[in-house]
Design a protein around this ligand. Structure first.
Ligand SMILES: *Cc1c(COP(=O)(O)O)cnc(C)c1O
Length: 431
């Protein structure tokens, strides 16, 4: 399997090269030359496969010869060594809980897969890679945890001081080893701007081999397909589900669409957005306009110009009607999101996080119009990571889950940094 750049100016590369580079030299996103079809009988007998077997079968064609089978089996097994339960919330709505990984967020799967792939590609430690990540909270934790102790990779996380929740901050700042947390005195956009500028700075790129772990990397993007297969393994109904995905950069839903095009039965997809509505507006007007991100209570989806949307357009030959047959998109505001957390808790005794709430509401809207359908929404983070919003909406205290109790005794270690590229550069050059 080779990957081409969506800007069509760079040459085709293997999975290994695409994963190491992140982005093509022409700044395009990498895309697989073709979408492989699932082996015959896989869907019919899907329950007879373990999730490790399924994960290997799905990922193998994308990885191709870049990783030997036994290593890929090991990588897949380590990537998905936790549960992905499908939980019934109402008569026609189910929650696919993707928050049972080590950092309580769905990004664990992509980060774990990518880190282990890079670890393998770097196995002779010929060179040393510096990975820069700007985070509003969730990505940083998953990346820190995924890359902890991976040889030859140093991880530098920039997070906005005072703007991540207590659990998120502990996840970012207590790893030690090859993980360094920079506490930036600014907002997420400042962190992101510093990282972007670093990649364009000749002194830094001359001295260090810089790479990023954001969701455009094929090694982070493609393994997210597995959620959709695990959902289908647990789906008991005859008709395929409608699947609703809380979307920011559109990597997750784009992976779901790939799974579907390879043969996974899904009745319809919904991309649920918060007030950042570039894609819902595009579906309404046929006109795509990127926007400045606005801050919301589902902050991991505060993206004004979703990078993976071009991949979705590519899959549907840039034809909006063809895309609309498969995908709908909704924008949900903060007041509705908070009310949804409250209502679903009171009426169904199920605690949503703000991202899951956006998806729940969009799915419910859709199902009001399609009364014979049943749906799954992806619950992408544990509510305890957004305690202010969720505790206020539900009027309860969320207990600290057992799996992250260990964080409580740990000491936060971060380096305070002004929101200035020059300060960052000086610090990084001196290391
Ligand atoms: C990153 C994130 C999203 C958005 O996922 P994309 O792949 O960027 O669309 C949704 N929910 C949570 C909790 C996230 O961390």
């Amino acid at each position: 399997m080779l990957y081409y750049s969506l800007n069509h100016q760079s040459s085709k590369v293997t999975f290994a090269e695409a994963a190491v580079r992140g982005q093509a030299p022409d700044k395009g996103l990498y895309f697989p030359e073709h979408i492989p079809q699932l082996p015959e009988g896989l869907i019919k007998n899907i329950r007879s496969y373990s999730k490790e077997e399924l994960g290997f079968i799905v990922m193998k064609p994308y990885v191709g010869e870049s990783i030997p089978d036994d290593v890929l089996q090991q990588i897949v097994a380590e990537t998905i060594n936790f549960d992905f339960p499908l939980v019934k919330v109402t008569d026609n709505i189910y929650s696919l809980e993707l928050f049972h990984g080590p950092t309580l967020a769905f990004k664990d799967v992509g980060a774990r897969f990518m880190s282990r792939c890079l670890g393998y590609f770097n196995r002779h430690a010929y060179h040393h890679t510096t990975l820069l990540v700007a985070t509003s909270g969730d990505t940083g934790g998953a990346v820190a945890n995924g890359f902890l102790a991976v040889d030859g990779v140093e991880v530098i996380i920039l997070y906005p001081s005072g703007k991540v929740s207590p659990i998120q901050e502990l996840q970012l700042t207590t790893c030690g080893q090859n993980i360094t947390a920079l506490e930036v005195q600014g907002n997420f956009d400042d962190c992101q701007a510093i990282v972007k500028q670093a990649f364009m700075d000749a002194d830094l790129t001359g001295k260090l081999s810089l790479t990023s772990a954001n969701s455009i990397n094929v090694a982070r993007w493609l393994p997210q397909q597995l959620y959709y297969f695990f959902a289908y393994q647990q789906w008991q109904r005859h008709e395929p589900p409608v699947i609703c995905v809380p979307s920011g950069n559109f990597g997750n839903i784009c992976a779901g669409l790939v799974a579907h095009l390879s043969g996974l039965p899904v009745k319809h997809f919904i991309a649920a957005c918060n007030a950042n509505d570039a894609v819902p507006q595009f579906f309404k007007t046929g006109n795509y306009q990127s926007k400045q991100a606005v801050a919301t209570i589902s902050n991991a989806m505060d993206v004004g110009n979703p990078s993976n949307f071009v991949r979705i357009l590519e899959m549907f030959n840039h034809e909006l009607p063809a895309l609309q047959n498969v995908l709908s998109s909704y924008s949900i505001d903060d007041a509705t999101t908070a009310a949804t957390i409250k209502n679903v808790y009171e009426q169904h005794n199920y605690m949503l996080d703000p991202h899951g709430a956006v998806a729940y509401y969009a799915l419910n809207e859709y199902l009001q119009q399609h009364t014979n359908d049943n749906g799954i929404f992806l619950e992408t983070a544990h509510p305890v990571k957004f305690p202010d919003t969720v505790e206020e909406a539900t009027n309860t205290r969320i207990p600290f889950p057992e799996s992250v109790q260990y964080l409580k005794g740990k000491e936060k270690k971060s380096i305070l940094m002004p929101a200035s590229f020059e300060d960052f550069k000086e610090w990084l050059m001196k290391r």
